[in-house]
Design a protein around this ligand. Structure first.
Ligand code: FE2
Length: 374
């Protein structure tokens, strides 16, 4: 099948067209400080803001951008505000995985018709720069998918926000786009959520990992990856599996108090520079022992990068039929062992680093042991 035919087929069979990730919104206890963390440590640039100075009486939001990635960091002032309650229950976490669509109302109506639960009904926001249409549906835990239609908008982010820039020169980190977002759900719920993405949003099951793929001597989990029509959105869904000790997914659910977003994988095309800069900025990564590198090239074959550079930064390597990938995982980025980041550089490979699962989960278990939660 040539490219043109396959693109046409994909367009015809895509029953829920999504252009890509629009933004990811975090609900946090102190938006001002969290926004500064992402600017200083992850080198995001501030592009817009709303708060008391712009007429937002109850909420402050900082909009951060790097490459095609937009993070919105939001906090509320009143303890009874829905956002404050969310933070009290879950800690800092991801509330919104927003998806960019051509027609928010049509997408919303279709999702509801197919069984999605509404988070909020279609609405239109307007200012001098144009209009944005939004609607939202619920997914696992208290997480929602906001559907964003912004073809008629020329402003910094969306109506209600004022342009605002970082107060100092942000150095380049090379983060490009959101590669995938992973959800942790309760035992027995993985298939229900896979079916939700298939039935409601026309996603396809890309790959399944069972507890034989993802287990160490102590802990296990199961995972299924779903992907949308154009392949730009990938959502792996994890659930705990029975092991001798508590799995990392159970630890997450215990601390987040519900299903939720576990990690966001961000693509770079210079992972060595990206990770070196992040480390210099104080970001901590999971540690994989040096002996990982003794046999890694036997497993993955030839790679472009110097093995010593990868070893120095503790970056992991894996290969599939289509190529190889480099990846590394941060430690949790808030006090609770919940949300963390993955940095990934793909060289043809479209998989998720199955060859690294054992080394990674042993690294996570060492952290769990320190927290007394294994
Ligand atoms: Fe991942």
């Amino acid at each position: 099948m040539n490219t043109l035919t396959s693109n046409v087929t994909a367009a015809i069979t895509d029953t829920f067209p999504i252009n890509g990730t629009d933004f990811i919104e975090f609900y946090v206890g102190n938006a001002k400080q969290t926004a500064l963390f992402y600017q200083h440590c992850f080198c995001f640039e501030l592009i817009a803001y709303k708060g008391p100075e712009t007429g937002s009486r109850d909420v402050a939001s900082y909009v951060l951008r790097q490459g095609k990635i937009t993070f919105v960091i939001t906090g509320a002032f009143d303890p009874n505000h829905e956002i404050s309650k969310h933070v009290a229950l879950h800690g800092d976490g991801v509330k919104v995985l927003a998806l960019w669509v051509d027609d928010a109302e049509q997408a919303y109506n279709l999702a509801i018709e197919r069984g999605a639960e509404s988070a909020f009904e279609p609405l239109k926001l307007e200012d001098d720069h144009g209009s944005v249409r939004l609607a939202a549906i619920k997914t696992y835990g208290e997480t929602i998918h906001t559907l964003v239609e912004r073809s008629n908008y020329k402003g910094a982010f969306m109506p209600g926000y004022s342009p605002k820039t970082s107060l100092y020169k942000v150095k380049s980190l090379g983060l490009k786009y959101v590669d995938h977002c992973v959800g942790n759900v309760e035992l027995g719920d993985m298939n229900r959520w896979v079916k939700f993405y298939e039935d409601v949003m026309g996603f396809k099951l890309l790959v399944t990992f069972d507890d034989k793929d993802i287990s160490t001597d102590y802990t296990a989990l199961m995972s299924k990856v779903v992907s949308n029509g154009n392949g730009f959105i990938k959502f792996p869904i994890n659930e705990p599996a029975a092991g001798k000790k508590k799995s990392q997914i159970e630890e997450y659910l215990d601390f987040y108090k519900s299903a939720g977003v576990q990690h966001i994988a961000i693509a770079t095309d210079d992972i060595i520079h990206t990770v070196e800069t992040l480390r210099n900025n104080g970001i901590e990564f999971l540690y994989v022992p040096d002996n990982y590198y003794d046999t890694v090239l036997e497993r993955v074959g030839e790679i472009k990068e110097d093995l010593e550079d990868l070893k120095r930064q503790n970056i992991l390597v894996d290969r599939d039929e289509e190529g190889y990938l480099l990846q590394i995982f941060t430690k949790p980025i808030q006090d609770r062992p919940t949300v963390f980041f993955e940095i990934i550089e793909r060289h043809g490979a479209r998989s998720f680093g199955k060859g690294n699962f054992k080394a990674l989960f042993e690294a996570i278990e060492r952290e769990q042991e320190l927290r007394g939660t294994l």
